[in-house]
Design a binder for this molecule. Structure first.
Ligand code: LHQ
Length: 264
């Protein structure tokens, strides 16, 4: 862990809560926050006590993408290599998020712009406060969608809506995002953290191995044929069927009690 204040980290009842914490800059990313967020997801992967992640932001925004003050063109000098920024900072974190075989809940507490919007979309279940907006802000500053946005938007929404959002940078309300299936739910602002926390806690009490394999299957479906997918379901169900949590789940059902999953 970095111990950075730019991402607040708590672990409670199996839920690793990561709170982006540069509220006066709407939690936009500087290098320190990049490294702290990456360290959070590295811990989520390595620490078996972590059985779900809850990602959110402090203050009135979720995340406004890259801190644009970091590269002020008025200061002169050569143009920055933004490809290097992506390769060094964003892409490793996006890959960690996508490859984590534990559930990730994202609670979008306010505006999510640029890479901030697309990091939210990389999470598994996204809840947003009704006052939150999603903005593909890149077009306003001459950039292309990054942090996986060109992939996830087209995949989730289809080309017409993905292109309109990316080319216009028009804000999308949380309710419309939910209507369009871009996120799971828009909830009353006052209820967001309780609802997202309860969801993360219930996922953390779930059969972590099986949930992780479920994610693997759904991700693979993007590039596999039905035949390949059926084979993969067979193989992963074999693994799930040998897990202690499967035995516990069936035993609990037969004994008419709540299952106590250990995540194994
Ligand atoms: C900010 C920011 C911000 C610094 C608000 N930076 N201060 C990858 C590779 C490398 C480089 C480039 O980028 C990328 C990926 C990207 O993410 S590109 C997209 C970058 N993000 C944006 O273009 C969004 C910029 N922000 C905005 O358009 C607005 O702030 C939004 C619509 C998010 C919110 O608007 P308001 O609610 O009206 O808030 P505000 O604009 O008044 O912001 C509040 C404060 O936060 C303000 O500071 P101040 O000192 O004046 O109170 C802003 O300057 C600061 N802030 N976003 N990205």
């Amino acid at each position: 862990m970095t111990g950075s204040e730019t991402v607040l980290v708590t672990l409670e009842a199996g839920v690793l809560r990561l709170t982006l914490n540069r509220p006066d800059k709407l939690n936009s990313f500087n290098e320190e926050m990049h490294l702290a967020l990456r360290a959070g997801f590295e811990r989520a992967q390595a620490d078996s006590a972590v059985r779900a992640v809850l990602l959110t932001g402090s203050g009135r925004g979720f995340c406004a993408g890259q801190d644009l003050g970091d590269r002020d063109p008025r200061k002169g000098g050569p143009a920055p290599d933004l490809g290097h920024t992506l390769e060094t900072f964003y892409n490793p974190t996006l890959r960690l998020i996508r490859n984590l075989e534990k559930p990730i809940v994202c609670a979008v507490n306010g505006v999510a712009a640029g890479a901030g919007a697309n990091i939210a979309l990389a999470c598994d279940i996204v809840l947003a406060a009704k006052s939150a907006k999603f903005i593909q802000a890149f077009a306003k500053i001459g950039l292309v969608p990054d942090a996986g946005g060109s992939w996830s938007l087209a995949r989730i929404l289809g080309e017409p809506r993905a292109k309109a959002l990316a080319l216009t940078a028009e804000p999308l309300t949380a309710e419309k995002a939910a209507d369009w299936g871009m996120i799971w739910k828009a909830v009353e602002d006052a209820d967001l953290m309780a609802e997202a926390g309860a969801l993360a806690a219930s996922l953390a009490a779930g059969p972590t191995l099986g949930l992780g394999l479920t994610k693997r299957l759904i991700h693979a479906s993007a590039t596999q044929s039905l035949d390949e997918q059926l084979d993969m379901e067979r193989d992963l169900q074999r693994i799930a069927g040998r897990s202690a949590d499967y035995a516990e789940g069936v035993t609990a059902f037969l004994e008419k009690r709540k299952a106590e999953f250990k995540g194994q």
